[in-house]
Design a protein around this ligand. Sequence first.
Ligand code: ZN
Ligand code: ZN
Ligand code: FE
Length: 754
Amino acid sequence: MKIAKQLLIKGLVQGVGFRPSIYRIAIKHSVFGTVENNNSGVIICVEGNNKSISEFIKDISISTPQASKISSIEVTDLPTNGYEDFSIVKSTSKSKDVTEVSPDIGTCIECLNDIKYQTHRLNYAFTNCTNCGPRFSIIKDLPYDRPKTTMDEFPMCKVCAKEYNDIMDRRFHAQPVACNNCGPNYSLEIGGDIIKPIEHILIGTSDLLENGKIIALKGMGGFHIACDGFNEDAIQRVREVKSRDGKPFALMFKDINSASKFLNINSKEKELLTSWRKPIVLLEIKKPISTSIGIGLDRVGVMLPYMPLHHMLFEKLKTPAIVLTSGNISDEPIIINNDLAREKLKPVTDALITYNRDIYNRTDDSVCKVINRIPRVIRRSRSYAPSPVELNLHTEGIFAAGAELVNCFSIGKGKQAILSQHIGDLKNLETLEFYEESVDRYFKLFRFTPQLAAVDLHPDYLSSRFVDKLGIQSTSVQHHHAHIASCMAENNIDEKVIGVSFDGTGLGDDGHVWGGEFFICDLADYERINHFEYIPQPGGDAVSKYPWRMMTSYLIKYFGEDIIKTRPNLFENVDKKELATILNMIKQNINCPLTSSTGRLFDAVAALTGICKISTYHAEAPMQFESISNKHFEAIYSYEISDNISLKHTFVGIIDDMESGVSISNIAGKFHNTIVAIIVDIASEARDKSGINKVILSGGSFQNSILLEKSEIQLLEAGFECYSQSDIPSNDGGIALGQLAIAAKRRELKLICN
Ligand code: ZN
Ligand code: ZN
Ligand code: FE
């Protein structure tokens, strides 16, 4: 007997070849009916006998494309309709609900093969199919169909249209499908010349790169600046162009084999590098590459080719790796527009490679690091955004504005949090414009009406100011509470926990600068149970550029001013005049906010041990300090815990060790162990008092591999359940998720009054 069912499938199911794969599964199980996209997901009406329908449903979770992700399948009974075949019906826009937008997907193996053998796609650099290619970067509106993308300017040729309409073809309903006859094209601009044939572009570009030239190259989510990864002079020039003193550059390697000659790659890292998301993965250097890529660091960011042009270029290149860094000047957002690239990048590079399809949504390369065998997203952008996070909270109508320095915002839909791509530092005007434009686009794209905003406690954050303009009700969220809530939300935890929130900065509810915080908290509220003791931060935010200032502040606090005379060696390489100024500021309490920041503590110790006295980029001192640490060294320094955590004895121990000739690497290792021991001690005390056994670790300081790995291991050994972040950054890029979860919880508990 025939029965009929309706399936509503939600999740990442549009723009990833989902409907065609449903079609093929239907053919396989001989069931009839229809499949369609609408704004609430994919709807399938299916008829057949009981057995074939249940097998069809089972197969859906197994056989759908790798980039799709089903969050739910709702099955309801239908009366039979008498379908005589299975068909894909046109997208409808009935409901106000919206389904997911697929992130961009790295080129698949079949497409690379087509570039070599398929007549109309020989050497065609925009080859894509339902399993790969651009998505979020080209989408303007939903439902996801070609006229609503930046492919709208390229009518399909007959051959492509045939593939697009052939259900058994891999390009069936692939919206950006294109070929040599109909799709977008690259051009190479050198001086006044414009070179069009792809073969000439590839040869020209590889010649330029091999000869130490630097080029600007349009990628998936924005422009890159590229040069030979083994040419020190060229890398130096890229540094000058980008006005980046020391910030590390990412490399793109030809393939996993060439990368593994220079880097230690474990199985988890390999999985991540070769996944369809193709993120930058921070890997341990095995064999020196170029010293100027990441000065002094033991890791370098590495990615593999993810666009056809990348693959095609490496076939010509002799070098196994190129520097591929974001195409922007200084802190501005990555450039996406051809004319702007001509204006800003062309004059400072030797050539510009661009193409005639617009990038609509800007994305940076995403950055990940594997810590304790778990991938950790550090910068969440290309191929991750705008995939949602599934929550157990009603989030509809909540807008979370995010932090300020490493901004990302979030909107709530149903029970989801949709996080924007990495936006950046809002203090930069262009970045603020990018923020405002993106907020606007997310509201439209996801049919979002803001009803409630979640903002940082800091009234001067530009994200907080932006919310003022929205004119809706808002709830303030303490920064470090947001970090913990972000980790709780990611792990679907909604109860009282012990929160360890370590980072660089964030306004506390007592008006001081927090960053080394222990909480007992839930999603709605927190109690601060301990913190690193307050130290003056001479010069406020500016101090992060001068780790020696925090060193001085700590030394004065613990040993008094005399230390400058008794231990002059500690102040080597510190300008005497500046030192006198800082001393004066501390003594007279001029522009010296108090801080409990972990980032500033690491700054101080990095300066004290001579690793980094002046920082040339964000978080350089802690990164250099981690790099040099001997993580196998087992000793710890002593410390005191009362109503705050005093590190006087730690500082005494470090200075003693330095004088008795203990290696800096061992001292750094020992310092890491000390911080881990403090975490375990305070968590244990909190457990004894409260009975809470779940510990949450979040905040930017947990990007430090040694700190996170050892904390997790030792907390587990002490019998704790320990949670940390993986898909969502533990740095301020994860703040918006925490804000959103807190606002949702407060609304649920009616703690926000109207
Ligand atoms: Zn493909
Ligand atoms: Zn075509
Ligand atoms: Fe933070």
